[in-house]
Design a protein around this ligand. Structure first.
Ligand SMILES: Cc1cc2nc3c(=O)[nH]c(=O)nc-3n(C[C@H](O)[C@H](O)[C@H](O)COP(=O)(O)OP(=O)(O)OC[C@H]3O[C@@H](n4cnc5c(N)ncnc54)[C@H](O)[C@@H]3O)c2cc1C
Length: 473
């Protein structure tokens, strides 16, 4: 009996960790990259140190899960970092969340009074009860009023995901938090430093996220096999079960086929769209087309600059909704672990490609040039050093109106395959963080180990449990 784990990101690795901890069954983890960790991996950069694939704050409200992940490393393998962030808009740095006074300074006092008026109306209307919002725009304009929405939240949406009238309310409800009014007032007046809205501290593994994945690798290796640099190229379904997997060694190109035994099982975190292609005719054409139409993933470009200064800014990250600047967020690896970047600093600038801002068509040199211009326009002075551009294709789920129906259909089709489950961020089109993905992996292992022949398998309640995770920015 073997469990095949397709994809070695946080979800697949947590699953391997839990199976190993339970002492079996044996697993085979197949990962196309040469390194484990998926979107949460850490890369070395010649003599410049190391950096993650973008800034990762490790945080969950689930204390038991946090303790479990912490225990993968020795106690002194973790550092607690303060989380500080700001927003850059129209030549001004605003605190995050923006205080009323800072909005007045940025947008001017007359428009600001209009925003307050709109905000007040929005609050009154919400007390009177309004129709349930369907789109990002209806939700945010209803929560904060039209003025503030147009000034701040619409530019954020346009830069990150696309036109907000074409985005499902689940995106804004899940990803855009607005602090309670009393908290905002208390923090503006300096009466409170606490927040129910954002995590003010986060944990970080000393040396980079890769330490967690390496620890799982070491711990689980005696109980299974890790096939790195190996791509799943075919998933054959026969008689309602996965019968065969096609694999390709990416370095040498050698292909091989694994025939599954009657008790073998497959769990996949391969992006859903790709998975449907790998399954070919086993999935109804209509389901595949609907998924391709609505379950979209945006491409993200990470532009890393090595600058010859210990640090450019104090913040964990700075959000940049300003449309004049090419990136939407910047961070420095040094803010996560100052020990990872030696004397210089590695700055990560995130550039999202979406249908309103096609960025993937820009060459690397042009992206680097625009990123440097953006940083300089924000007032940062630095000598341009080395740069690297990493393109993460299909990495950001975009919730289009109607996506939930399509997702339910696709997942129901896949869940009807007896010895197969799909999970994780792209694997189940779930806009989640690293610890959420690990929670899903641990949960999938618990579910798998508890199954009893002839009894209802309970997978739907496990799916439901993992459908919504709170986001604290
Ligand atoms: C820029 C950025 C910033 C982020 N910041 C945070 C943060 O601050 N906090 C946080 O908690 N989370 C953050 N995340 C999200 C976090 O990285 C993801 O939630 C997490 O990595 C999802 O894990 P996963 O295992 O579901 O998917 P993935 O990490 O995507 O893993 C899937 C794996 O499947 C492999 N694969 C795909 N196709 C195949 C194939 N055909 N054959 C074999 N293997 C295949 C991939 O190579 C990959 O390793 C961030 C992500 C990005 C990109």
């Amino acid at each position: 009996m073997t469990v095949y784990i397709l994809g070695g990101g946080p979800a697949g690795l947590a699953l391997a960790d839990a199976l190993a901890e339970a002492g079996g069954p044996r697993f085979v983890l197949v990962e196309r990259d040469n390194q484990l960790g998926g979107l949460a991996r850490t890369l070395e950069w010649e003599n410049r140190g190391a950096h993650d694939l973008g800034p990762h704050k490790i945080f969950s409200l689930d204390q038991a899960l946090t303790a479990r992940v912490r225990s993968l490393l020795p106690a002194d393998g973790w550092i607690t970092r303060p989380k500080a962030s700001r927003i850059y808009m129209r030549g001004h740095m605003l605190p995050y969340p923006p205080s009323p006074l800072s909005l007045g300074k940025v947008f001017g006092w007359a428009p600001f009074v209009g925003m307050v008026w709109d905000y007040g109306w929005a609050r009154i209307r919400s007390l009177l009860g309004r129709a349930a919002p369907r789109t990002f725009e209806e939700d945010l304009a209803g929560r904060v009023g039209r003025g503030l929405y147009e000034a701040l939240f619409k530019p954020i949406a346009l830069k990150l995901w696309g036109d907000p009238v074409n985005l499902d309310v689940k995106l804004s409800a899940g990803r855009v938090q607005t602090p309670p009014l009393m908290e905002l007032i208390a923090r503006t007046l300096g009466l409170s430093k606490k927040s129910q809205f954002e995590a003010l501290e986060f944990e970080y593994p000393k040396g980079g996220l890769q330490r967690i994945w390496d620890a799982i690798h070491r711990k689980a290796q005696p109980h299974g096999e890790f096939l790195l640099g190996t791509e799943v190229t075919k998933i054959e379904v026969a008689g309602g079960r996965i019968a065969r997997l096609g694999l390709r060694d990416r370095a040498g190109g050698a292909e091989r086929v694994i025939d599954l035994g009657p008790d073998d099982f497959v769990m996949s975190s391969i992006p859903l769209g790709r998975l449907l292609v790998l399954m070919g005719d086993a999935v109804d054409n209509g389901v595949r087309e609907r998924a391709a139409d609505v379950l979209r993933l945006n491409d993200l470009i990470l532009v890393f600059l090595h600058v010859d200064t210990p640090s450019l800014f104090e913040d964990s990250w700075i959000f940049v909704p300003d449309p004049a600047v090419v990136f939407h967020r910047i961070s420095e690896q040094e803010s996560f672990d100052p020990g990872m970047t030696g004397n210089g600093s590695i700055v990560c600038c995130e550039v999202m490609d979406n249908e309103t801002r096609p960025m993937m068509e820009l060459a690397d040199e042009e992206l680097v040039k625009r990123v440097e211009e953006g940083l300089r326009s924000m007032g940062y002075r630095f000598d341009a050093g080395a740069s690297r551009v990493i393109r993460l294709r299909s990495s950001y789920p975009v919730f289009r109106p109607g996506f939930e129906g399509a997702l339910t259909d696709v997942l129901a089709t896949l869940d009807s395959i007896g010895n197969f489950r799909t999970l994780g961020r792209q694997g189940a089109f779930n806009y989640i963080g690293t610890l959420d993905a690990m929670d899903i992996g641990y949960g999938a292992a618990r579910w798998y180990l508890a199954r009893k022949p002839g009894a209802p398998d309970g997978w739907q309640s496990e799916r439901e449990r993992t459908r919504h995770y709170p986001v604290l920015d």
